[in-house]
Design a protein around this ligand. Structure first.
Ligand code: FNR
Length: 337
C-alpha cells in the first residue's frame, strides 16, 4: 500500500498525504506592498485542487528590508493579514493544508539597506550589507515572532523558518558568512544562537507544526559539515521543531557538481537517522515511484516538489493513478468524474 498517500499527523495538524509543494517565490506582487493577489490565489489553489497535501507558501518577508525582491510576499505588518487569510481559506476549502515560509533575505536582499551578521557581500553584484548590531538582532528576531502571530491570525497550519540558501538565518549559521566576535558568532554555539532565539520566540506563540529549512551542504570546505547540521538538528528537535526540510547550497556561489534525481535525499535521510527528527526531502524528485521510495524506505517523512508542481499542478492525481490509489474528486467534478 502506498505510504505517499497516507495521512501524517504532526502535533495538532493532520496532512492528508505526504506530498508538499515546495516554497517557490512567484515575484508576483506588483504593488510592492507584499500582499497576496489574484496570481497567488490561482496558483496556490490549483495545487490544492490537484490534491497536494501541504502547500508551503513562498518565502514571505518578515521585514521590508528582508525581501529577496520588491515583488516578494510580506508579513511585516497587520495590513497584510487579510489577503493571507483569504488564501488560507481558499486552500482549506479544497482539503489541503497550508504553511508559510517566514524569511529574511539578509545580504541577498535586492531591496535597499540589506543587513547581515557580517559586512561581506554575496558577490560583486550585491550591496555590501550593514553588519547587524545586537539591537538589530533583537528587532529582527521580534519581527519573526510578530510574523508568527500574524500567521496564526491568518489561519496557517504550519510555519517554516527559512534557514537555507544563504539568507539571513543561514548567514548566521555558517562560518563562511558569520565572522562575528560577539555571542552571535565565533563558535558552533554562537552561530546557532540567532536561530535558537528565533525558534524559542516563535514556539512561544505558535503551537502548530514548526519546520525549518536548512542547506545541509554548503559546497565549500570551510563551510559547515553534515556533522554540524546533525548537531543543529538535535538542538532544533530539543527546542520543539517538528521537521527539518533539507535542501543544500546558496550560502556562497559554489554549487553541486552533479545534479541527479533526489540529489539531496541522502542528507534528509542522514539527519532523520542521526538526529531522530522528521525530515522533508527536496530536489529533482519528479517520479511517483521515486517519491514513494523516499517515504516508504524511511529516507524522509515528507516529499517536497518544486518545479514538477509548476509544470503539473495535478501531479498528485497522476501519482495516485501510478501508485494504484483512488482519490476523491473535487466536489464540483463529482458528477462528471
Ligand atoms: C525556489 N526555491 C525556493 N526555496 C525556498 O526555500 N524558498 C523560496 O521562496 C524558493 N523560491 C523558489 C522559486 C523558484 C521559481 C524555484 C524553481 C525554486 C527552491 C525550491 O523550493 C526547491 O527547493 C528547488 O526548486 C528544488 O526542488 P525541485 O524544483 O527540483 O523539485
Amino acid at each position: 500500500m502506498s505510504q505517499l498517500f497516507q495521512p501524517l499527523t504532526i502535533r495538532n495538524i493532520t496532512l492528508p498525504n505526504r506530498i508538499v509543494m515546495s516554497p517557490m517565490c512567484m515575484y508576483a506582487v506588483e504593488a510592492q506592498d507584499g500582499k497576496v493577489n489574484d496570481w497567488h490565489r490561482v496558483h496556490y489553489t490549483s495545487r490544492a485542487v490537484g490534491q497536494v497535501g501541504l502547500i508551503m507558501l513562498e518565502a514571505t518577508a518578515v521585514q521590508p528590508n528582508g525581501r529577496i525582491s520588491a515583488q516578494d510576499l510580506g508579513i511585516w505588518e497587520d495590513a497584510q493579514i487579510e489577503s493571507l487569510r483569504e488564501l488560507v481559506q481558499m486552500v482549506h476549502a479544497q482539503g489541503a493544508k497550508i504553511g508559510i515560509q517566514l524569511a529574511h533575505a539578509g545580504r541577498k536582499a535586492t531591496v535597499p539597506h540589506s543587513i547581515a551578521p557580517s559586512a561581506i557581500p554575496f558577490s560583486d553584484r550585491y550591496e555590501t550589507p550593514q553588519e547587524m548590531s545586537q539591537e538589530d538582532i533583537r528587532k529582527t528576531i521580534k519581527a519573526f515572532a510578530d510574523a508568527a502571530r500574524r500567521a496564526e491570525e491568518a489561519g496557517f497550519d504550519v510555519i517554516e523558518l527559512h534557514a537555507a540558501h544563504g539568507y539571513l538565518i543561514n548567514e548566521f549559521m555558517s562560518p563562511l558568512t558569520n565572522k562575528r566576535l560577539d555571542g552571535y558568532g565565533g563558535s558552533v554555539d554562537g552561530r546557532y544562537r540567532f536561530l535558537q532565539e528565533t525558534i524559542d520566540t516563535v514556539r512561544n506563540i505558535w503551537d502548530k507544526p514548526l519546520f525549518v529549512r536548512i542547506s545541509a551542504n554548503e559546497y565549500d570546505e570551510e563551510g559547515n559539515s553534515l556533522e554540524v547540521f546533525i548537531d543543529y538538528a538535535r538542538r532544533m528537535k530539543a527546542q520543539g521543531v517538528d521537521l527539518i526540510d533539507v535542501s543544500t547550497g546558496g550560502v556562497v556561489s559554489s554549487a553541486p557538481t552533479a545534479l541527479f534525481p533526489g540529489y539531496q535525499v541522502s542528507y534528509a535521510q542522514a539527519i532523520r537517522q542521526s538526529a531522530g527528527i522528521a525530515t522533508g526531502a527536496v530536489g529533482l524528485i519528479t517520479e511517483p515511484t521515486h517519491a514513494e521510495d523516499i517515504v516508504h524506505n524511511l529516507r524522509a517523512d515528507l516529499v517536497f516538489l518544486g518545479r514538477e508542481l509548476l509544470r503539473d499542478p495535478y501531479w498528485p492525481r497522476q501519482a495516485a493513478k501510478t501508485l494504484g490509489v483512488e482519490l476523491t474528486p473535487p466536489a464540483s467534478y463529482a458528477r462528471g468524474w
